[in-house]
Write a protein that binds this ligand. Structure first.
Ligand code: HEM
Length: 380
């Protein structure tokens, strides 16, 4: 029987109980429904097919039992023994599907191909491009800012609560990003260096860390959202700031309120939109949403959505972390200590500075800080 006819029969078998029955009636073509396919028995299932048997493959490539799985697949009946809990107990492999423009395949293989051929190479390339762009920018332009001299008078920019929320979020994000990157791309850059045993242990530890950090990140992300949403609402002047790229590359920055338009885009695109998708799909993968069935197709979709959204989110936050540390003079100090020099405030967020000085933002008045550093010619 040609492979095409056999494949067609398999699809029909999935669709129609009558055909399934007829196919089962063929001698040795299908293990009986619910039959246990012994996991350790390498004997070839009695299926007419080309190529090596399982026993032969076991000798030529010890440990490779691909013929066994091919036989399960070719049988068109995925029933057997599996330790998988839930609704898919006993389903060894997913049924065949025909996606538009694609060959007949299983959903599992389709997912694998999307992961290996699209998400991993393009996602990896995007992250490297972003890292390279930041490095290039730093090399050519150095740290931005420092045009307005320090005054020695400091303004509270972030309250202790705001900073705690931010750092809880940032620390869990870094744990998730590092562990996620190693799990997805580690076999290309770490495995060849540290070897299989160490990489296995490391992956296991990072996977566990990832699963625990995820829910903490989700909670802190909601707190960060609620904390900063008011000052990230669009305001007059944002469009002008964007169109002129904030004047960041010149001597004079375009005036902005507490957060500029780039920060607002990061907030709505990165924290709100991508954050919601990443957290939602992550909670599905962690099986933390009550009432879901958690089948393989659901997990595959959740995984693809999670991977694409996290790659985009990490790409955005590489930019944020760059500007928040190396890329802009005095920015990191704002989030570390909560205070900025008035010169910094005037240079980077002029309208916010004027509002604070005019007393329109009562929580954040200018006040000298005990032991404040004397005015410096240039900020670092
Ligand atoms: C190591 C990682 C990070 C560093 C070094 C960092 C640094 C900073 C700095 C310096 C600021 C102050 C900017 C200003 O004064 O205008 C800031 C603001 C902010 N950061 Fe981060 N950050 C990090 C990670 C994150 C993460 C993971 C998130 C959220 C997922 C986040 C969300 C925010 C938000 C919402 C603000 C307020 C400005 C805005 O709304 O855009 N940060 N960060």
């Amino acid at each position: 029987m040609s492979a095409t006819i056999r494949a067609l029969l398999l699809v029909l078998a999935m669709l129609s109980p009558a055909v399934a029955f007829a196919q089962q009636a063929q001698p040795a073509a299908t293990p009986a429904a619910g039959a246990t396919l012994p996991p350790d028995d390498r004997a070839p299932p009695a299926l007419p097919r080309e190529g090596e048997s399982n026993a032969e493959r076991g000798k030529s490539q010890p440990g490779n039992n691909a013929p066994f799985w091919r036989a399960v697949r070719e049988s068109g009946n995925a029933a057997g023994y599996s330790s998988l809990p839930g609704v898919e107990t006993g389903v060894l492999i997913q049924p065949f599907v025909q996606y538009p423009g694609s060959r007949l395949t299983t959903a599992g293989e389709a997912w694998r191909e999307v992961r290996n051929r699209w998400i991993i190479p393009y996602g990896g390339a995007l992250l490297l491009i972003m890292l390279g762009a930041c490095a290039l920018f730093y090399w050519r332009k150095g740290a931005l800012g420092g045009h307005e001299p320090d005054t020695g008078r400091r303004i509270e920019r972030f309250t202790p609560f705001e900073r705690s929320a931010h750092w809880a979020n940032a620390i869990t994000f870094v744990i998730l990003a590092v562990s996620g990157v190693v799990l997805a791309f580690g076999k290309f850059f770490l495995l060849p260096v540290i070897g299989g045993t160490l990489f296995g242990w490391l992956s296991y530890a990072l996977k566990t860390a990832h699963n625990f950090a995820g829910p903490v990140f989700a909670v802190s992300l909601v707190i960060v959202f609620l904390t900063f949403v008011r000052d990230n609402l669009p305001r007059k002047g944002d469009l002008n700031w964007l169109l002129r790229f904030g004047g960041l590359l010149g001597e004079h920055e375009v005036p902005s309120h507490r957060f500029n338009a780039a920060e607002k885009m990061l907030f709505w695109g990165g924290v709100f939109l991508l954050g919601a998708v990443v957290v939602g799909s992550g909670l599905v993968l962690d099986k933390l949403i009550p009432g879901l069935l958690y089948t393989r197709p659901q997990m595959q979709v959740a995984h693809m959505v999670h991977a694409v959204a996290t790659v985009l989110m990490i790409t955005m936050f590489i930019g944020h972390i760059y500007i928040g540390t190396l890329g802009m003079k005095g920015a990191y100090g704002a989030m570390r200590t909560g205070y900025v020099d008035e010169g910094w405030a005037k240079e980077h967020h002029q309208w916010w500075y004027e509002d604070v000085k005019a007393g329109k933002i009562p929580a954040q008045r200018s006040r000298p800080v005990e032991g404040a550093a004397p005015p410096a010619a240039a900020r670092t």
